[in-house]
Write a protein that binds this ligand. Structure first.
Ligand SMILES: [Zn+2]
Length: 345
């Protein structure tokens, strides 16, 4: 976290004066790390060139000092938070407001099952005050990342705020990481994020609490809307064929039965036996539609629609937010629920 009052020091150790953000001229001449690059710098600092202008005069210093004192009141981010999921990015932006600078390491459209942090990502994460993850084993690189970026202490595992659904895969019980398809889980994750932001930046606790309350209200409205929409679909029609097994939390909350083509991860490949069984099930159960996913290759799903006569139900966002109709969490839920209800009606 930025030390807010560092800027009000009255003397410069090198005698050459301070910049408006409290750094002295020597500090400005040092190579700047990624932490500073990501900060919003006061305009004074970016304009001033110490080497040419030399010592800041008494008058200018007084102006700089008053700017420095006023700056924290103008919405300058207090925390830098790296986010390893588009879902936690949405939470951080809503709960943090203008007090948090969010670094979205995983961007919309990126597959979190396949993601590996680059050296540039590791640098950004090292410089962040907190790191948000969704947990439940989806970040296979987590232990290594914690070791190389300063330890597990600043990692916030939002998926630890509620119990996991367990699924059977190849005879083993595995945690289902796709918890964001339960709006109840989102509320608990947002509450955990609020707590950790307030602990890291107690001066802005009331702001995080206010922002979180507004976000929770938005989620509650979203949940009521989703319940009303799904209620339009008779129980016997709530059968969802999707590319990979990502919608079990939605199935639990809204009474769907899931038939997934792939397993719990996008890199699982279905066997021809599994595809044949699925085709039988779709015909027998009279499943009306097969849904594609925004980041999955639709080849097998297309083949299944051809061989069963089921229609293409549309595209769902399984592993996170997208660029257009699903660029926020509420938009993603609205897109998915509307697509499912329209496709299966
Ligand atoms: Zn997934």
């Amino acid at each position: 976290m930025r030390k807010r009052f560092e800027r009000s020091r009255s003397e410069s150790p090198d005698g050459r004066g301070f910049l408006a953000d409290g750094r002295d001229c020597q500090e400005l001449e040092r190579p700047v790390g990624s932490r500073e690059v990501g900060r919003q710098q006061p305009p004074e600092a970016s304009r001033r060139r110490c080497g040419e202008e030399g010592i800041i005069g008494r008058k200018r210093f007084a102006v700089s000092l008053s700017l420095a004192i006023l700056w924290p009141l103008s919405g300058w981010a207090e925390l830098t938070v790296a986010s390893l999921s588009t879902i936690t990015t949405d939470i951080a932006q809503n709960v943090g407001g203008d007090k948090v600078k969010v670094l979205p390491i995983i961007k919309p459209g990126v597959d979190p099952h396949e993601f590996q942090p680059t050296p540039q990502d590791i640098k950004q994460i090292s410089n962040a005050d907190l790191v948000l993850i969704t947990g439940k084993q989806i970040e296979g690189y987590l232990t290594k990342l914690e070791e190389s970026t300063g330890g597990a202490g600043k990692f916030v595992n939002t998926g630890a705020a509620f119990p996991s659904l367990k699924l059977e895969e190849e005879g083993k019980s595995v945690e289902d990481p796709h918890w964001w398809h339960s709006i109840e889980n989102m509320k608990k994750a947002a509450t955990l994020v609020k707590k950790r932001f307030a602990e890291a930046d107690p001066a802005n606790k009331a702001i995080y609490e206010g922002n979180a309350a507004a976000y929770l209200e938005k989620l509650a409205e979203l949940e009521s809307w989703a319940k009303r929409e799904v209620a339009k679909l008779p129980r016997e029609k709530r059968k969802l064929v999707t590319s990979h097994d990502a919608f079990q939390y939605l199935a639990r909350d809204f009474g769907f039965k899931i038939y997934a083509i792939d397993g719990i991860s996008t890199d699982d490949e279905p066997s021809s036996r599994k595809i044949a069984d699925l085709i039988d099930t779709i015909k027998r159960e009279g499943v009306k539609a097969v849904f594609f996913e925004s980041i999955e290759n639709p080849k097998v799903a297309e083949e299944i629609t051809r061989r069963t006569g089921a229609k293409v139900g549309g595209e769902l966002y399984a592993d996170g937010l997208g660029d257009k109709t699903a660029s926020t969490y509420p938009d993603m839920v609205r897109h998915n629920v509307t697509t499912i209800v329209e496709g299966l009606k």
